[in-house]
Every structure is written in structure tokens, then in C-alpha cells.
Design a protein around this ligand. Structure first.
Ligand code: PEP
Length: 251
């Protein structure tokens, strides 16, 4: 099974969410494309709307982009894992590089959030990835393995976790597309250490319809985490179809 999801980041009005989710529901009325598990991570404010428009039988899993490790309390501006679950999330994105860079997220807080997510029976989408400097210095494998080890420290059963390897240099409008050779060593190392022990190890960073097949051929890649290319419903559906088409060709 390929896990193929998108985070909208801080984009989208409720009108956008309604339109996207309604058309996604219609396109997936007969189920998800073969071999693919879709997931969508809208802004938390749109979660209930997206859930409602997708409807009860949807194959699409929903998540939030962040949650606090405490269940409740004086944490102004935060939402907790139980609150996210009540609004329809079954997945919690944790440790995206933007949160690590701009919101002081550390390996320690990532670990606390992973543990809270698992404690409540939800699925962490654990984001890891190295900077351009670390990549240039050939430090990617050590850096990423270190981030995952820190995030899963003390976790007895990591099986619900989706690991999203997203090299920072490949993310967003200033990112450069990764060549398969750039990311293959990290996937080999992740597969060696965590393959079969977690739900999936997926790739994110400037994924688009032109590079999906090459990325999915990298050994160890078990799905995609997509930003811009899936910010229209047509774009996301194309990603899902291309991923599904790649399933039989994967070794
Ligand atoms: C991201 O920011 O996590 C991401 C994968 O974005 P994009 O696909 O737009 O590079």
C-alpha cells in the first residue's frame, strides 16, 4: 500500500475546503485508486468541513498539521490530540521543517507529540529531513536517522507511524527537485532500520506529476507527502492516479 497525502499548510478558506472535499468525494465515490491510501491534512479550522463534505464512507484519512502533547490546559493557541481526534483527525503531522525552524519545535517536543499521538490511538506523520548544508556535507543519513531515533525514543510500538522524509532543500517554492540518487541512501538507511516496523516511509519535497514515477522507483519509498502539486483537487487526484499506476511496477 502506498500512503499518498497532502498538507494544505496555512492555505484555504472554508469555501475552498468545501469545494475540494466535495469534488474529492465524488471522484473517490467507488473507493481510492488501487493500492493507495489517501490522506488530507487541511488547516484545523477546515477539518470539520472537510470531514462533512467527504462523508462517512470516505477512503480519505484526515489529519492536523500540529498538536500539543498535553491533553488540555493553559497552552494558548494550541490544540491537543484529543481535540483533533474529536474534529475528525486520525493523523497528526509532527515535526515539519517549518515548525522546527519557525516554531521552535525540537527533537524533544517532537518526541512528546509522537508519544501523545500514539497514546490516544492516532497515527503520527513524523516529518524529518536535512538542510542543504548537511546534504552537501554528506550528512543526510546520519541526520535523518538521528531525528527518527529521537522522535521515537521510548516508543514501544512504532507500527502506526508514517515517516515522511522531506529534505529541507527540496521543499516549497524555493526547493529543488530531488534526483533519485539524492534520496536513495536515506531511504536505504530508513528501510534498513525502520522498514516493516512502521506503517510507511514516504517522500515529500517538490513532488509533481513529472517526478512521481522516478521517486516511487527508489527502493524503500512507500508513498508520497505532497504540498503544492496537490493544492488543487485535480492535482491531488492526478498524484493519486499516478501513484496507483506505479504500484504494479514497483519491485
Ligand atoms: C512540504 O512542504 O512538506 C512539501 C512537501 O511541499 P512541496 O510539495 O510544495 O514541496
Amino acid at each position: 500500500m502506498l500512503w499518498v497525502g497532502t498538507s494544505w499548510k496555512m492555505n484555504g478558506t472554508l469555501d475552498f475546503a468545501r469545494d475540494y472535499a466535495t469534488r474529492l468525494a465524488a471522484a473517490l465515490a467507488d473507493g481510492a485508486p488501487a493500492g493507495v491510501q489517501p490522506f488530507v491534512i487541511p488547516p484545523a479550522t477546515a477539518l470539520a468541513t472537510v470531514r462533512e463534505c467527504l462523508g462517512p464512507g470516505t477512503p480519505v484519512l484526515l489529519g492536523v498539521q500540529n498538536a500539543h502533547w498535553e491533553d488540555a490546559g493553559a497552552w494558548t493557541g494550541e490544540i491537543s490530540v484529543p481535540q483533533a481526534a474529536e474534529a475528525g483527525a486520525t493523523m497528526i503531522e509532527i515535526g515539519h521543517s517549518e515548525r522546527r525552524e519557525f516554531f521552535a519545535e525540537t527533537d524533544e517536543t517532537v518526541n512528546l507529540k509522537v508519544r501523545s499521538t500514539l497514546r490516544h490511538g492516532l497515527r503520527p506523520v513524523l516529518c524529518v529531513g536535512e538542510s542543504a548544508e548537511v546534504f552537501e556535507a554528506s550528512g543526510s543519513v546520519d541526520h535523518v536517522l538521528g531525528q527518527v531515533a529521537a522522535a521515537l525514543d521510548g516508543v514501544a510500538d512504532p507500527s502506526p507511524v508514517v515517516i515522511a522524509y522531506e529534505p529541507i532543500w527540496a521543499i516549497g517554492e524555493h526547493g529543488r527537485e530531488a534526483h533519485p540518487a539524492d534520496i536513495a541512501p536515506v531511504f536505504a538507511a530508513l528501510a534498513d532500520t525502520w522498514g516493516g516496523r512502521v506503517t510507511a516511509i514516504v517522500y515529500g519535497g517538490s513532488v509533481n506529476s513529472g517526478n512521481i514515477l522516478a521517486i516511487l522507483r527508489v527502493p524503500g519509498v512507500e508513498g508520497l507527502f505532497v504540498g503544492r502539486a496537490a493544492w488543487t483537487v485535480e492535482g491531488y487526484l492526478r498524484v493519486l492516479e499516478l501513484a496507483s499506476a506505479a504500484v504494479p511496477t514497483r519491485s
